[in-house]
Design a protein around this ligand. Structure first.
Ligand code: 5AD
Ligand code: SF4
Length: 432
């Protein structure tokens, strides 16, 4: 979502007559898009701001965008006095106006409102990837997970009309994009605000019918709103990628309750069952937080057991990080940092073994990949399977990009010959 926000900002700037430079040192205006989901991400911004200012900042104008901007607001001007613009993502519709103020020499320009009704729907998005495009369908979050700063930094949930989403998806197909990724903090809570009233499963099925679109992905789903029709849609159309990222956060019933996740372990497991029983082989991935306040050794064991039972295709593991304005901050029993690290490492190791095992089952299979790039160091093409696995491959008939063209952007079949914990490798299979 963050990367896509940057694409929107770049598009807006270009439309305002700005040009983009290749090296940050050459820029006159430097904007930092920021994330405040965990403390480390936030610290990084201030560190980079200081460093860049010292090394190359003379005469430049600086802005801080995104969730750290929203969270810290005008305090950023005090902490980093060379910053002239502070704007959260809900205010980007006002960006052209803010740029005018900057150009007029205003040195404290802010966009911190959260009350915008519109989902950010700019015609000016400048996409980085010519084949795969993100489309925001819903912004903000109405849940209130006890650890999470997002409802505070991104404001309440608002869905875009299905007509607007479909218009963007069709125009992307016309521009030659073949893969789209629908985005939202809780993408599956989508509810069409227009009279048409589509739910998420319907929107998903409809985008997959657009001529020219070969793959549709979506992220991130909340288990509470993850209903069976979503799986039926995936089963019904292979254009919908068979990958679902469904963050569980914890395998302990008690921790889930204290996290205010709004589902029980059993309810989560039911959704996993639906996926395991689907006709298609759906890859399931997740997010886990270890060391949430009050998480006992027994709670943590339940998380490990859940992961071993489900055998996720991959996962992101995070150590709980205290965030401002969140209920968990006030909870007792915060877990010491070393203990969080210990749990993190245990889970990471268990998951690594699971991934080695799972990935080895792909050896001998032929998988279709969307080619994303070429790795000069290994001289292999980089592809992604529909399940979002990285599959690196070679092709003796087309060993590297050349004047004759490139495989990047194409779809091709690859025979998987090797596997590791994080990726697969293989040989291109020529079309029969
Ligand atoms: N500490 C650690 N991890 C967090 N996440 C969100 N907030 C926190 C926090 N305070 C993780 C969740 C979420 C992912 C995007 O980031 O696992 O799914
Ligand atoms: Fe944060 Fe929970 Fe909303 Fe996800 S659902 S953005 S974790 S509050």
């Amino acid at each position: 979502m963050n990367a896509h926000d940057s694409e929107k900002v770049v598009g807006t700037l270009l439309a305002e007559g700005y040009t983009q430079v290749d090296e940050p040192e050459l820029a006159e205006l430097v904007l930092y898009n920021t994330c405040s989901i965990r403390d480390k991400a936030e610290q990084k911004v201030f560190h980079r701001l200081q460093q860049f200012k010292r090394e190359a900042g003379k005469g430049k104008v600086f802005g801080v965008l995104g969730c750290v901007a929203q969270q810290e607001g005008e305090r950023i001007f005090e902490r980093a006095p060379h910053v002239s613009l502070v704007a959260g993502s809900a205010s980007y519709t006002r960006l052209p106006e803010m740029l005018v103020q900057l150009e007029a020499g205003n040195r404290r320009v802010t966009g911190l409102g959260l009350d915008t009704e519109e989902a950010f729907d700019t015609p000016y998005t400048r996409r980085d990837n010519p084949h795969r495009a993100y489309i925001t369908i819903i912004e903000g979050c109405d849940k209130s997970c006890a650890y999470c700063v997002v409802p505070f930094t991104r404001g309440p949930e608002r869905s875009r009309t299905s007509e607007s989403v479909m218009r963007e998806a069709r125009s992307l197909a016309e521009l030659g994009y073949t893969e789209i990724q629908l985005l939202g903090q809780n993408v599956n809570s989508y509810r069409d605000p227009s009279a048409q009233g589509w739910d998420f499963a319907t929107l998903l099925a409809k985008t997959a019918e657009i001529s020219g679109i070969r793959r549709v992905r979506f992220t991130t789903s909340h288990p509470r709103d993850f209903v069976k029709p979503i799986i039926d849609a995936i089963d019904g159309n292979p254009v919908l990628c068979n990958h679902v990222h469904l963050p569980v956060q914890s395998g302990s019933r008690a921790v889930l309750k204290r996290m205010q996740r709004l589902y029980t372990r059993d309810e989560y497991m039911r959704r996993i069952e639906w996926m395991k029983n689907a006709r298609r082989d759906i890859a399931i991935t997740t997010d886990i937080i270890v060391g949430f306040p009050g998480e006992t050794e027994a709670d943590f064991d339940e998380t490990v057991r859940l992961c071993e039972q489900i055998e996720y295709e991959s996962m992101f593991i995070f150590k709980y990080s205290r965030r401002p304005n969140t209920p968990a901050l006030e909870y007792g029993d915060h877990i010491p940092e070393e203990e969080k690290t210990r749990r993190f490492l245990i889970l990471q190791e268990r998951q690594r073994a699971i991934q080695i095992r799972r990935n080895s089952t792909y050896v001998g299979r032929i998988e279709e990949v969307h080619v994303e790039g070429f790795n000069l160091a290994t001289e292999q093409w980089i592809g992604r399977t529909t399940q979002h696995k990285t599959l690196n491959f070679s092709d003796p008939a087309f060993p590297a990009p050349s004047q004759n063209g490139t495989l990047v952007g194409q779809y091709t079949n690859v025979l998987v010959t090797r596997s590791g914990p994080n990726s697969l490798a293989g040989e291109r299979v020529k079309a029969q």
